[in-house]
Design a protein. Structure first.
Ligand SMILES: *Cc1c(COP(=O)(O)O)cnc(C)c1O
Length: 376
């Protein structure tokens, strides 16, 4: 089965991990600092690495001070973690609909969803296309909230010349194997705000405070560390950080190859009236993680099964978050965000990863054409 996403591991990646295995540090050593510096260079702001994209979201909401009863406005066309990690802090999740073309959070819908209790607006760079950051940032700030960008799909992307990582108050990344670069499991929080990043670092390290200047009991002894706010252990091991730094060196090549494949699918499917190929807004330089094809004739499921039966590992990204039973049980009803639901009903992710060959791409596109009765 041709997968829809797959890591690309080089001999350099293997050597980088092996080197750490033979060193004094397996976790939180020099490779973590190096990876954070390398990420900051790409993302335009300081980074704190953590154990997953989900952990990054949990940490980012903690850094923003999200707590019980506060409102968090979230995009529904995403992996469940964008919303569930806020719910775990006791937040009241309010879903705002997406734009029908990009599938990204719609500023007008956010404006209508904001409340006096909103502390975070969380958008998602769906498929790798950056959010409409400028209006979203203004709306969030005018409401006294921070803008969080779930950039699990989009490291290396740009919006009007600014890198993903420099568009929002908090940006979260994922380094899961199918994403644009991998550390096996891993993620990061990026922020231009020193206060938010400091809180993120503390939460990731169990809440431990080592700085004598801010300790309540600094005279306890030189060994003393104390906890002021609860946190968790979300520390990324040195082993994985070394893999991350090694992978980052190929991010430009990964991004270029992913863009090439996108263009090849676009061209191969341009005359198929039953589908819509992905949209790129003016000013966006996406870092494509997905190729989200839209099936317009109601036969998404049939096409999914047709391709799977022929060894093509297509996926659907994503079921609207509030359709998950955990949200349905809280009273969220279908129909809440019509654009997200329509997008979901049409969406099919075609295989996309750097090591995919042109012949693979052509085979997938030809099967799509065959399904709809077009010549190949
Ligand atoms: C993958 C993903 C996450 C979670 O990342 P993990 O590293 O798998 O925990 C969060 N949000 C989005 C949009 C994702 O695609």
């Amino acid at each position: 089965m041709l997968p829809y996403g797959r890591q690309s591991i080089s001999d350099d990646d293997v050597a980088a991990v092996a080197e750490v295995l033979r060193s004094d540090w397996l976790t939180t050593g020099p490779a973590v600092t190096r990876f954070e510096d390398d990420l900051a260079a790409v993302a335009g702001n300081p980074a704190a690495v953590v154990t997953s994209g989900t952990a990054a979201l949990h940490v980012a909401y903690a850094a923003a001070g999200v707590g019980p009863g506060q409102d968090v406005v979230v995009a529904p066309l995403t992996f469940v973690a964008t919303a569930s990690s806020a719910a775990l802090h006791g937040a009241n999740v309010i879903f705002a609909d997406v734009s029908e073309d990009t599938g990204n959070l719609d500023p007008a819908a956010v404006e209508a969803a904001l409340t006096p209790g909103t502390t975070v607006v969380a958008g998602v760079d769906y498929a790798g296309h950056p959010i409409d950051a400028d209006p979203l940032r203004s709306l969030a700030h005018d409401a006294g909230a921070v803008l969080l960008e779930d950039a699990a799909h989009s490291i290396g992307g740009h919006w009007h010349g600014r890198p993903v990582g420099d568009l929002a108050d908090l940006t979260t990344l994922s380094f899961f194997p199918t994403k644009n670069l991998t550390t096996a499991e891993g993620g990061a929080v990026v922020s231009p705000r020193a206060d938010l990043l400091a809180r993120a670092r503390t939460f990731r390290n169990i809440g431990l405070v080592r700085d004598k200047a801010v300790q309540r009991f600094p005279d306890e002894g030189p060994w003393h560390q104390e906890v002021h706010e609860f946190g968790l252990n979300y520390r990324l091991p040195d082993l994985l950080a070394a893999l991350g730094s090694s992978q980052l060196r190929r991010l430009g090549a990964f991004r270029a190859r992913r863009a090439e494949i996108h263009t090849r699918y676009d061209a191969a499917l341009a005359d198929v009236a039953e589908v819509r190929t992905p949209v790129t807004r003016d000013g966006a330089e996406p870092a494509w993680h997905l190729y989200p094809l839209r099936v317009l004739d109601g036969r998404r499921r049939q096409l999914f099964e047709f391709l799977r039966e022929r060894g093509i590992g297509v996926q659907v990204n994503y079921v609207p978050v509030y359709w998950h039973p955990v949200f349905a049980d809280l009273g969220y009803r279908r129909g809440l965000c019509p654009n997200a639901e329509t997008y979901y009903s049409q969406q099919l992710s075609l295989p996309l990863f750097p090591d995919l060959t042109d012949a693979d791409v052509d085979r997938v596109a030809d099967l799509v054409r065959e399904f709809f009765g077009y010549p190949v």
